[in-house]
Design a protein around this ligand. Structure first.
Ligand SMILES: [Zn+2]
Length: 419
């Protein structure tokens, strides 16, 4: 019956709208609001909008740049466009309402708050990740990039022959998807939603996600993870920078959720290694401590260490009340992933960069073979972290400090392997 509904929706969209329709898998995006639309270079931003952008950048220091760069990681870049994502049982169906514009040339004089300025900022970030990957022999398939599309989430109700749509714009997030889309060329897609005003104002202190260099590299980290892990049933796309918790995150964890958390952690480590500086999120509310790999604790003081208590709160969520984006939300894959990310980073910290990358990449390949969806979640996590330890221990020529770090950051799985 569910499949029938999806098929019927597809038929309806194809024939009634005569627009291209695609199924978009499993993305839960809880950020909705009024998008702050970017402009093409020939258009002019209102002076008020321009002042807002300038103020955020001058206060928080996360500047986009108009310096031209190129990266071989990306095949095509599309700016803007309007899409409807119609909610169906397992995700969304996409229809194109107006086509995006393909980005072909860098304009070194692009205007702050323009598509080209945002695009250049993303490319510069990805260039750093390309440099990081060049320490390995790996070559990954190129991705496509979608910059600030206007995506409306459409919840459709049918009464007789009439459809009632509730429409909300998706804003303030970035995500990577890795599923094949049958009628479209791209298979690997990185999307940056526009910044927007929500019921709580403009999040992240007004800083646009593409102006935080960590963010595009984090998204590309998901591409690497998905290519190495291979088990597609366990690797799904998910929005990476929600400020409110999605209901499905409060369900008891399974192995797929463990893998999603490991995926987030890996992406954070790639983001950090691509931009090897402290305070990648300085001044950006909601992320400043939570997602900064150098921060030993969350904003509310919770330590980033995988204790038995911490793990239990992830496996069996009991959250009912959400008070602030700075609260530690153990069941959330990004928060739980931040503790994993810090532990992973600390484990490889002393290795030369080539060995860091070798250890990380071979770890993900081995995890993809070892973890199965039917395994109990705690078992899957234990297998994953022990594989990490094995890889790093080997690369470090059996340096005992590796085990000491492992036991410090993952005490629930403490080992005596180095004795
Ligand atoms: Zn992510």
């Amino acid at each position: 019956m569910r499949k029938l509904y999806v098929v019927l929706s597809l038929v309806f969209l194809l024939f009634s709208c005569a627009k291209e329709a695609q199924e978009v898998n499993y993305i839960t995006i809880s950020s909705k609001g009024d998008p702050i639309e970017l402009k093409h270079d020939e258009e002019i931003l209102s002076s008020a909008d321009r002042d807002n952008v300038r103020m955020a950048e001058s206060i928080f220091g996360h500047k986009g740049s108009s310096k031209c760069a190129s990266t071989s990681l990306v095949s095509h870049i599309f700016q803007g466009g309007e899409f409807d994502w119609i909610k169906v049982e397992r995700g969304y169906m996409e229809t194109v309402q107006s086509s995006p514009r393909e980005y072909l040339f860098c304009n070194p004089n692009s205007i702050l708050g323009s598509f080209n300025h945002a695009t250049t900022s993303i490319i510069q970030s990805l260039k750093e990740t390309e440099n990081l990957i060049s320490y390995t022999d790996y070559i990954f398939p190129k991705i496509e990039l979608r910059v600030a599309p206007l995506i409306s989430e459409v919840q459709r109700r049918q009464s007789g022959n009439t459809y009632y749509d509730k429409r909300e714009f998706l804003v303030n997030n970035a995500f990577y998807t890795n599923y094949p889309m049958t009628n479209r060329k791209h298979k690997y897609l990185m999307t940056f939603l526009p910044q927007g005003k929500t019921a709580f104002g403009v999040p992240f202190s007004g800083v646009m996600l593409w102006n935080i260099p960590f963010v595009p590299s984090h998204e590309y980290g998901h591409h690497i993870f998905s290519q190495l892990f291979k088990n597609e049933s366990l690797v799904k796309g998910h929005a990476c920078f929600n400020t409110v918790i999605a209901e499905e995150e409060l369900k008891p964890a399974d192995s797929a959720k463990v893998v999603r958390s490991l995926n987030e952690a890996f992406a954070d480590v790639i983001g950090q290694l691509s931009h090897n500086k402290k305070e990648n999120f300085k001044g950006v509310n909601c992320f400043e401590k939570i997602r900064d790999i150098h921060s030993s604790s969350y904003a509310d003081g919770e330590q980033k260490k995988l204790t038995s208590r911490f793990l239990q709160k992830f496996l069996n969520p009991s959250y009912k009340v959400y008070t602030s984006c700075n609260q530690t939300l153990h069941p959330r894959i990004h928060h739980f992933g931040a503790t994993l990310a810090r532990g992973i980073y600390k484990l490889i910290e002393h290795l030369p960069i080539e060995q860091k990358m070798e250890a990380l990449f071979s770890w993900v390949e081995q995890m993809g073979k070892a973890i199965q969806a039917h395994h109990p979640p705690k078992y899957s996590l234990k297998v994953a972290l022990e594989l990490l330890l094995d890889n790093v221990y080997d690369k470090s020529n059996m340096d005992k400090r590796v085990c000491a770090q492992f036991n410090k950051y993952f005490p629930v799985f403490a080992t005596n392997k180095c004795l």
